[in-house]
Ligand binder design. Structure first.
Ligand SMILES: [Ca+2]
Ligand SMILES: [Ca+2]
Length: 146
């Protein structure tokens, strides 16, 4: 059973990786903020550009399945339920969020409740890294450009 779960996740990971190449389209992140979404740093206006996410310590053997929420709404990835990450891996996020947004990094589990790895409040005044730690032993670093 356990092995089957892992294999099915590997298959899902391949699907996710294949789909990532086609995420150039704008996504409806939030009805309240139609200007925010997939964007380059200079187009975030008063918001903050989320650059890349690195898995410093993953919570499971093999890979974690993670997604990001902003103010309780899933913002990344846009075209799938999660991104499968291995230890040390960095993936592009490329999302704008408003100043003060409450970010949460969640690790998806099939049969158990999802794990919250950590939360951070975005400060729109400074370009910095945010660390999500240490839910279920995980540690992730997110680069953000103010
Ligand atoms: Ca998981
Ligand atoms: Ca988990």
């Amino acid at each position: 059973m356990r092995t089957w779960r892992k294999l099915s996740k590997l298959a899902a990971a391949v699907t996710v990786a294949g789909g990532l190449a086609f995420t150039g389209m704008p996504s409806a992140v939030s009805d309240e903020q139609p200007a925010l979404g997939n964007a380059a740093p200079l187009t975030c206006g008063s918001g903050v550009f989320l650059d890349g996410l690195r898995a410093l310590t993953i919570t499971e053997s093999g890979r974690d399945e993670v997604f990001l929420t902003s103010n309780g709404v899933k913002i990344w990835p846009a075209s799938s339920a999660y991104v499968s990450m291995s230890q040390g891996q960095r993936v592009e996020v490329d999302k704008c969020v408003p100043n003060g947004a409450q970010l949460r990094l969640v690790e998806v589990d099939d049969l158990d409740p999802n794990d919250t790895i950590g939360g951070q409040t975005v400060n729109g005044d400074v370009t910095r890294d945010y660390e999500f730690c240490c839910g279920d032993g995980g540690r992730y670093r997110l680069g953000a450009v103010a």
